[in-house]
Write a protein that binds this ligand. Structure first.
Ligand SMILES: Cc1cc2nc3c(=O)[nH]c(=O)nc-3n(C[C@H](O)[C@H](O)[C@H](O)COP(=O)(O)OP(=O)(O)OC[C@H]3O[C@@H](n4cnc5c(N)ncnc54)[C@H](O)[C@@H]3O)c2cc1C
Length: 468
């Protein structure tokens, strides 16, 4: 159990961080306490905004001495409540939003070093300036920050080709709970010298240390995209199309996204998205990067002949490409306007997708008849956002009160198909209780052992990830 935040502790933070580094007034703190989906509303006596690793270290020394709970926050776009200070728990928010420097970009090493508060967009832009690509790409990229991306091991639309945040990281700098600094910033491609500490911190959601800097992997800049929006007759046909696309593009498929008809209708109705094709049941949006110029044409010819697609349009300009992606990127947000939406961020082995979608849809509809299932996402990774809008006319709160029960219905189907109940967004506070069900006692004991060793007083993000 951590201890209450006293006036004397706040004064010590102010001495280290100065007036700009400690926010105490309600209007100043407000943006750090409200999250994107409006699901969690935080409460904190102070938001701390250190400007350097040294300041993070001194802040944690104070917090550890006085056993004060610290919740790291980067861009505040996380979707599982991890970065929001819980009301009634006396937690202090530590924001990385003043640590935004990009320290170096090296096109020969194909690496970039930055502070944890650099936004994902600023990292992508810095790489592009030297004709290189940082391929992590999320709809939240203008706001989310590298520290949060790594702490949550973010995925996004290009995982199929480049991997998730973990695969894109070469080294880390981390401040431990007691203020010690681990400088693991390296741009080496190979380093087999003992345990992999970097990967232990990636995905730990602020519970093991505070990431203050990172060395990231860059790739050659893509010179040419071929982008296709296609109607598929079934999910199984979509998987056949994916396999054919990988083969015919020379493995240059960088994104392969599934969209349902209802999602396109929501995006058209609420987000000014222009639908690329007439009504159907399922659609895919996929992209080749630097494939041979005739690869897409060849694929289309063969895919139509084999019945893997029933309609398709290939972008003829970058404006049209943006228009296709706008439909995909606004799917989630457009659901807001359709009343309550219960979300699932799940993954199954790619081959199991057709059966999973059929079984989960059947089980969810049996549980609440009249629901509107908007299942979309990263088909190439087997990762679906199985989101469910409320039945028309149902009371929104009465529907949202069924959130946990509906999660259980869907998650049981996920587990039956050998899947994961959190493919991208992490555990946070939202899925913490489910950890007992999805992790073996041995796994939980190893995780708890690491936590005890690195944060013996339990000051970092208490109540997240690990169940009591
Ligand atoms: C519109 C939208 C689309 C999204 N699309 C995707 C998607 O496609 N794929 C995907 O994976 N996610 C997606 N997300 C979720 C979210 O954007 C990502 O998880 C992102 O990586 C979080 O980064 P952040 O900087 O906002 O982190 P925050 O929200 O600030 O924090 C996330 C977690 O990391 C911890 N943390 C933050 N900074 C640090 C640090 N420096 N050191 C240690 N711990 C830290 C926090 O305590 C919290 O537990 C989406 C979110 C939105 C709103």
């Amino acid at each position: 159990m951590t201890k209450p935040v006293t006036a004397s502790v706040l004064e010590q933070f102010q001495l280290v961080l100065g007036p700009r580094g400690v926010l105490l007034n309600a209007p100043d703190k407000a943006p750090y306490l409200k999250e994107w989906r409006d699901r969690w509303h935080g409460e904190t006596k102070a938001v701390l905004r250190p400007a350097s690793t040294e300041e993070v270290s001194r802040t944690l020394q104070i917090a550890n001495t006085h056993e004060i709970a610290i919740v790291p926050q980067s861009g505040n776009t996380g979707l599982v409540g991890g970065q929001i200070a819980r009301p009634g728990h006396d937690e202090i928010v530590l924001s990385l939003d003043r640590m935004t420097k990009i320290t170096s970009v090296d096109p020969t090493d194909m690496s970039l070093i930055c502070e944890a508060g650099a936004t994902l967009k600023s990292v992508q832009d810095a790489a592009a300036k030297v004709d290189r690509l940082f391929p992590l790409s999320l709809a939240s990229e203008g706001s989310c920050r590298i520290g949060g991306n790594l702490a949550s091991n973010a995925g996004g639309v290009n995982v199929l080709a480049y991997g998730n945040a973990r695969d894109l990281c070469l080294g880390l700098e981390v401040v431990l709970a007691d203020g010690r600094v681990w400088n693991g910033i390296k741009t080496l491609r190979k380093d087999n010298t003992g345990y992999d500490l970097r990967n232990m911190f990636i995905g730990s959601e602020g519970t093991l240390g505070i990431i203050t800097g990172a060395a990231l992997k860059l790739f050659p800049q893509v010179k040419r995209y071929d982008t296709c929006f296609a109607t598929i007759p079934s999910i199984a046909a979509g998987l056949s199309l994916l396999a054919m696309a990988q083969e015919m593009s020379g493995n240059r498929v960088v994104a392969f996204e599934l969209l349902p008809e209802i999602g396109i209708q929501f995006a058209a109705k609420h987000m000014q998205a222009r639908r690329p094709l007439p009504a159907g049941e399922w659609f895919v949006l996929f992209e080749f990067a630097d494939a041979s110029p005739d690869a897409m044409f060849g694929l289309m010819e063969k895919a139509f002949a084999r019945g893997f697609v029933s309609d398709a349009v290939v972008a003829q300009s970058s404006a049209q490409r943006d228009q296709f992606w706008h439909v995909r990127e606004t799917l989630s947000e457009s659901q807001r306007f359709e009343g309550g939406s219960i979300k699932h961020d799940v993954a199954v082995p790619v081959s199991k997708l057709p059966q999973f979608i059929a079984d989960a849809s059947e089980a969810a509809t049996r549980f609440i008849p009249g629901i509107r299932i908007c299942c979309f996402g990263h088909m190439g990774d087997g990762n679906m956002h199985f989101n469910i809008s409320q039945p028309i006319g149902m009371d929104k709160q009465a529907y949202l009160d069924q959130w946990e029960a509906m999660n259980e219905v869907v998650h049981d189907v996920v587990l039956k198909h050998g899947g994961s109940i959190s493919a991208e967004h992490g555990i946070g506070v939202l899925k913490r209780d489910a950890m007992r069900k999805i992790k073996s006692p041995v796994e939980l004991e190893m995780m708890r052992g690491l936590k005890r060793m690195l944060d013996p007083k339990g000051i970092l993000s208490p109540g997240r990830v690990l169940p009591d």
